[in-house]
Design a binder for this molecule. Sequence first.
Ligand code: IYR
Length: 224
Amino acid sequence: MPEKEYPFIDFSRESYSAEEMIEKSNSFFEWADERRSVRDFSDKPVPKEVMENILMTGSTAPSGAHKQPWTFCLISNASLKSKLRTLAEEEEKKSYGGRMSDEWLEDLAPIGTDWEKEFIDIAPWIVIVMKRPYEIQEDGSKRQNYYVSESVGLASGFLLMAVHNAGLVALTHTPSPMNFIAKALERPENERPFLLIPVGYPSDDARVPDLTRKTTDEVIAYYD
Ligand code: IYR
């Protein structure tokens, strides 16, 4: 069944002056540049409503044919978190213990990650971002989604900025392979785990690597 056409509505907007744009874009960049991936979490609770707002911000991301091909599993249940930690660590032990290449391990060494994933137990919330390659329609038939990884990646980026906006921290964790997550959460067959994102406050003694980011010349190729 083809979708009905959307009615189109006006979207003209007042724009900012060049000076206002420069000021706004610069202060937004400086604020975004303060975001860091954090591995040391506090167990201090975060209201569920905050998490719902963060996830709904993720869900404002553009998506192929506006299919919004994502589900955010929002986990606070301690025994489920503990189960996910155990399963993630089982996979990570295998990854760090031989599945990852020497080059990969060498690239991670400065960041100091290892197979231990304590944060899954400690952070008050674990978000599992699921991607949905297709939908299962009422009659049981499949209907394709489009640009699924691009769309879900964008939604995850929006979500991370919403976490930062709330004064909280997150980590984009990618236990690999991740099939154990869909099983543990009893997700429907059209969902695949995409990212595991703990969200919460940083612990009082949280530390992050003192890294720098690439400069304009390193990330922008100009064609004036
Ligand atoms: N998935 C592993 C390994 C890992 C890989 C990359 I690339 C990182 O930037 C960080 C970690 C883990 O989460 O530890």
